[in-house]
Design a protein around this ligand. Structure first.
Ligand code: FAD
Ligand code: NAP
Length: 553
């Protein structure tokens, strides 16, 4: 393997002057891509990262909508690879806002001199594997040609937005803005705003838009389960204590189910561990729980996660809490989730979401009662009325986990297309590698805990696993590694098996974890729910077994 600078191959006809070569080509420059550049470079590999955006940061560059915020404590949602970095960086809040995380990632890029190996404004559009040379040929939208022995797709689980096909949208004369492509220079003060979507992004942006809009209309298809975040300014004593024991914190993260040690502060819900059965509880006990724990009252029972009847009783408790907070009865009823269980979709943490609907300038439009007929020049026509607006905000989600992979034309040695296999619900071995695509790795790919856990430790773990693998190959003079079809199929079965009995795969559950938000996407539970700690152990066992389930040559 070359420890070289980029090589320039002059092509005879002189039209396309360059095919450049690196050991590892990384796609994406968010948390994953940046750490990949650091790690592979540190191990002596030449590396180049391509990022479609105009700046680094990934999620935290694109999603700069008002209210965008992390729901994992900052002290835990951070890199562990540099003890110096851990000590230097000071977090200002328990749950950091988008701008603070973006600043952090820019600090990291400068601190470790990463920018020189990151090429911005460049989208990787296709790649094909040359079996003889054991090399990927990679094309970008700039007509650049690159060759790399290894490609690492650090393309993100939630990086490809879904734009709904609303009739008449192109005729709208106002602004259309997606939360996941929020411009840095937009001023919405005093505007009449329609917001479509009430998942995590919609819930976060609602109270912020409510404060600046002349009027905010929230168009809701499904009511969300959301809990107050109880965010607060960082307690310096907790920050200092965590910094003192960061090695223990990081170890605890890697053996925990969700990649969170619990040392990072802010007990999210302030509720005791579930230890009672809701189906055995009296009406008085339920009311006491509501009085004591508010929205958290539905989470103190241990039968809710597995028993649909218990779950429905907990949902009813949740609805009662919505009615306690939201003063207009019809609005409260519409904001009360129905038709799917708690624990099916990703839980949302909010900062005053339900309270926002008590303002005079906020109106909920329940699309179950009043569907959108079309977008007009000046607003939105529902089945009941025409609503004039200046701005349409779309918080309508992502083609999650596989969207960024299917957007690239990835072809294996026989010309087969990865996007065709993903359409069939293909899951990568350990979420790291697809059979038939040697030397191509996915960070937090389908089949890994990824979106079900704190993603930063998950990302670091993947990059470290891949780095160790590349060093293993280099030391043995091996040129390629590929997961076997048998091992991949077995893992895919394990991923589905692990989800059985959970609300994530209940008959009434339609979530992006299952691809249900994308028409035509096969219904497959994409992340591994067996727990991050257990997953780390399985990955280590594979390494200890000489990369069991992988073929090297
Ligand atoms: P990303 O940050 O998504 O970066 C991927 C990058 O790859 C993007 O910049 C994209 O432009 C680029 N890219 C994709 N395809 C190509 C291509 N073909 N060519 C070139 N570039 C390409 N996770 C948590 O654990 N806790 C949270 O609280 C949390 N909050 C979130 C809030 C929001 C609004 C969103 C959208 C996600 C959140 N997540 C959260 C998940 C978050 O995506 C991860 O935590 C993490 O930031 C992912 O980092 P990444 O580098 O893997 O991917
Ligand atoms: P999402 O959870 O998929 O929510 C999308 C919303 O848009 C849903 O309410 C959906 O309704 C609605 N929608 C989609 N198409 C629609 C249409 N045609 N008409 C009307 N409504 C439509 O997407 P998201 O809110 O961007 O969040 C995605 C994930 O990103 C989260 O689950 C989380 O992992 C991450 N995230 C985290 C945070 C955080 O707090 N840290 C913040 C933002 C995002 P249905 O439910 O009916 O489909």
């Amino acid at each position: 393997m070359d420890d070289n600078q980029s090589r320039t191959a002059v092509i005879e006809d002189g039209r396309t002057p360059s095919t450049r070569t690196v050991d590892v080509l990384v796609v994406g420059a968010g948390f994953a891509g940046l750490y990949a550049v650091y790690k592979f470079r540190q191990l002596g590999f030449t590396v180049r990262a391509f990022e479609a955006g105009e700046a680094i940061g990934g999620t935290w560059y694109w999603n700069r909508y008002p209210g965008a915020r992390c729901d994992v404590p900052s002290l835990e949602y951070s890199y562990s690879f540099s003890p110096e970095l851990e000590q230097e960086w000071e977090w200002s809040e328990f749950f950091p806002a988008q701008d603070e995380i973006e600043r952090y990632l820019n600090y990291v890029a400068d601190r470790f001199d990463l920018r020189r190996d990151v090429q911005l404004c460049t989208t990787v559009v296709g790649m094909s594997f040359d079996e003889c040379a054991k090399t990927w040929h990679v094309d970008t939208d700039l007509d650049d040609k690159w060759e790399a022995r290894f490609v690492v797709m650090a393309t993100g689980c939630l990086s490809v937005p879904v734009v709904p096909k609303l009739e008449g949208m192109s005729s709208f004369e106002g602004k259309v803005i997606q939360t996941s492509r929020w411009p840095s220079d937009v001023d919405l003060d005093g505007a009449r705003i329609a917001l479509v979507g009430t998942g995590s992004s919609g819930v976060q942006i609602t109270p912020e838009l409510a404060q600046i809009a002349k009027h905010l209309y929230v168009f809701q298809r499904s009511a969300a389960f959301s809990w107050p975040s109880k965010n607060a300014p960082m307690d310096p004593a907790i920050q200092a204590a965590v910094k003192q024991q960061y090695r223990d914190v990081r170890l605890a993260q890697r053996s925990s189910p969700g990649g969170v040690s619990g040392f990072g502060g802010v007990p999210i819900l302030d509720v005791p561990r579930p230890d009672k059965r809701i189906l055995a509880a009296s009406e008085n006990e339920l009311l006491d729980a509501l009085d004591e724990y508010g929205f958290g009252a539905c989470r103190v029972w241990d039968d809710v996660a597995s028993d649909p009847q218990a779950n429905e009783r907990a949902v009813e408790l949740y609805r009662q809490m919505v009615h306690r907070v939201v003063t207009n009865t019809d609005t409260a009823e519409s904001l009360s989730p129905r038709g799917y269980p708690i624990g099916c979709k990703r839980p949302v943490l909010d900062n005053g979401y339900f309270q926002a609907f008590n303002r005079d300038n906020v109106t909920l439009i329940d699309l179950r009662l009043e569907p959108i007929e079309r977008v007009t020049k000046a607003g939105i026509q529902t089945s009941a009325r025409h609503i004039e607006i200046d701005v349409l905000v779309l918080a309508t989600g992502f083609d999650a986990m596989t969207g960024a992979l299917t957007r690239v034309d990835i072809r294996g040695p026989n010309g087969q297309k990865l996007r065709d296999e993903l359409r069939e619900g293909c899951i990568a071995l350990l979420g790291l590698q697809f059979s038939g695509y040697p030397n191509l790795f996915t960070i937090t790919g389908p089949g890994s805990p990824s979106v079900l856990s704190n993603m930063v430790p998950g990302i670091e773990h993947h990059i470290e696993w891949i780095s160790e693998c590349l060093v293993y190959l280099r030391e043995r003079g091996l040129k390629s590694i590929e997961s076997t079809a048998t091992a991949q199929n077995e893992w895919a079965e394990e991923v589905q098996r692990a989800a059985i009995g959970t609300m994530y795969v209940a008959d009434t559950c339609n979530s992006w974890y299952l691809g249900a938000n994308i028409p035509g996407k096969k219904r497959v539970f994409l992340p591994y729910i067996g727990g991050f700690g257990r997953y780390v152990t399985v990955c280590q066992e594979v390494v200890d077994g000489g990369y069991a389930g992988f073929r090297t040559s």
